[in-house]
Design a protein. Structure first.
Length: 84
């Protein structure tokens, strides 16, 4: 199973070559460089879904926060099951 995670675009590095379009994405304060080639229309402060170092789509802030809340719930559930 693959998991894509939402993050907030905090910096975009422009390039003449679309394949070199990169940005810095914040995942709850953890900053990673991500390829933005699939979402060239992205802007700073947009939220994107990222998988394997590639931003796959732009999502709205509410959807990003809901996804992060859902992931936290899954993590808490998993930790509870592990303790049984």
């Amino acid at each position: 199973m693959c998991l894509a995670v939402p993050g907030k675009v905090i910096e975009i590095t422009s390039s003449d070559n679309l394949l070199d379009l990169k940005g810095k994405i914040s995942f709850a304060g953890i900053i990673k460089e991500v390829c933005l080639a699939y979402v060239p229309e992205v802007k700073i402060n947009d939220y994107v879904i990222v998988h394997a170092g590639f931003a796959l789509s732009i999502i709205d802030e509410q959807e990003a926060k809901q996804t992060l809340d859902d992931l936290a719930t899954i993590k808490n559930f998993d930790e509870g099951v592990t303790k049984l």
